[in-house]
Design a protein around this ligand. Structure first.
Ligand code: PMP
Length: 455
């Protein structure tokens, strides 16, 4: 049987043998899903012959689209030269060394060291190991607690899932006892009658209150995404980050920026920390570092932490077989070469993103759009039945699920989170392609309004 040619057979085998991530497994086993078999530029194709504009850059990772052949070639060359060797036991490899140097150059000045992992989840687990090690070496072993935010996403291992604040995940896995959560800076959802700026300060000060409650001598770090991505592209009020930075600076609390989505141009600068003027001591990256071509993640370790780690104390008992995998690092290097050798980030920030954000705001007058928010090349639309009361279209986010399904059927890959439609198109989109995205999204919004009887 040629399963490539036989979509029905492929789908049947998928349902029979493949357990999918973040999926209702019973539903999938009954109904199956879309089998994507080809992609070019910003378009994906499935085995049913559909062509879709990818408004999500894969899973927020293919920021440069699907036709970056130099990355594929770099990986192939590396696999022929040295497919694998580990970085344990006093060994290293050239792509890992070169990528470490390149990352030190493109990240903010405080970062000169990197610890490689395969994924964002493992990188956040690594953050916990690094922070605990740091305070142990400083002779403060009682500083073990982490503060994070409700509805944050930091990955899906037990530790990263605990660091995150996704309620449905916490229901299925016991959280680490040393992680505590404060509210997210989601003005539309929780701001009530407060102005955005005032709300931003108020919700940031929950960090101060939580540190007081737990004890400054026990709290080690605060972790946050500059912009919460999977939680619904939650753009923090302008007042939020400066206040968080002040609180961390005034106390002995490490600030960890999880840049797995924000990193490498998504928010308009290389890193979300730069867009929001944050100075973290640790920074998580993954996804777009290889443009999604190979699995790779890591933690950028700022000088404050690195100096202590490098000051003695014996072995740091942490690492992964594939930490600094040569082929993954070759993909990272090739990706950075494209970003550094072009003006893709600048063009996206100065031309494409302003067009994208401006066109999206045309939907502010749409009867089911309660809020349009965005920064750089990502955005969210909150769907409502009533703009003034912010009443939702339907229970259990069914309005946004319907809208997402309509957009997908119309050839636009976008996602739904709660009652929001979320988008993160590739940085290499043209303004014409943004117009196509907007047109398809508009049709889906109209169809949704008409389905739910909102005028
Ligand atoms: N942190 C953030 C902010 C993320 O968005 C994600 C993935 N969506 C992760 C961590 C986890 O990364 P991975 O799926 O590579 O483990």
């Amino acid at each position: 049987m040629d399963i490539k040619a036989d979509t029905a057979a492929l789908r049947q085998l998928d349902r029979a043998h493949h357990l999918h991530p973040f999926t209702d497994l019973q539903d999938y086993a009954e109904h199956g899903g879309r089998i994507v078999n080809r992609a070019e530029h910003i378009y994906i194709h499935d085995t049913d012959g559909n062509k879709m504009l990818d408004g999500m850059s894969g899973l927020w990772c293919c920021n440069l689209g699907y036709s970056q052949h130099s990355i594929a070639e770099a990986v192939y060359r590396q696999l022929r030269e040295l497919p694998y060797y580990n970085n344990f036991f006093k060994c290293s490899n050239q792509p890992a060394v070169e990528l470490a140097k390149a990352l030190a150059e493109v990240t903010p000045a405080q970062f000169k060291h990197v610890f490689f992992t395969n994924s964002g989840s493992e990188a956040n687990d690594t953050n916990i190991r690094l922070v605990h090690r740091y305070f142990d070496l400083l002779g403060k072993p009682e500083k073990k607690l982490f503060i994070s935010r409700k509805n944050a996403y930091h990955g899906s291992t037990i530790a990263a899932g605990s660091l995150g604040g996704m309620a449905p995940m916490h229901k299925q896995a016991i959280g680490l006892t040393y992680v505590h959560h404060i509210n997210q800076p989601h003005w539309f959802e929780n701001g009530g009658d407060l102005g955005e700026a005032e709300y931003g300060l108020q919700v940031a000060r929950e960090l101060e209150a939580k540190i007081e409650e737990l004890g400054e001598d026990k709290v080690a770090a605060f972790i946050a995404e500059p912009v919460q991505g999977a939680g619904g592209v939650i753009i923090p009020p302008q007042t939020y980050w400066p206040e968080i930075q002040r609180i961390c600076d005034e106390r002995d609390i490490l600030l960890i920026a999880d840049e797995v989505i924000c990193g490498f141009g998504r928010t308009g600068k290389w890193f979300g920390s730069e867009t929001y003027g944050i100075k973290p001591q640790l920074m998580t990256f993954a996804k777009a570092i290889t443009n999604g071509y190979m699995p790779l993640g890591g933690v950028m370790v700022g000088d404050q932490v690195a100096d202590v780690l490098l000051s003695g104390g014996g072995e740091f008992t942490h690492g992964l077989t594939y930490s600094g995998h040569p082929a993954a690092c070759a993909a990272g290097l090739a990706t950075l070469e494209i970003l550094r050798g072009s003006d893709i980030i600048e063009t996206a920030a100065e031309q494409i993103a302003p067009h994208f954000q401006r066109r999206l705001r045309e939907f502010e007058g749409h009867p089911i759009v309660g809020q349009v928010r965005g920064q750089g090349m990502f955005a969210a639309l909150e769907l409502v039945a009533n703009k003034a009361s912010r009443e939702r279209l339907a229970p259990e986010s069914r309005g946004a699920v319907f809208c997402r399904d309509r957009a997908n059927s119309n050839g636009l890959m976008v996602r739904q989170t709660g009652d929001a439609m979320i988008m993160a198109p590739p940085l290499v989109c043209s303004t014409d392609e943004i117009d196509i995205l907007i047109e398809k999204l508009g049709i889906a919004l109209d169809e949704t309004a008409s389905h739910f009887g909102v005028k």
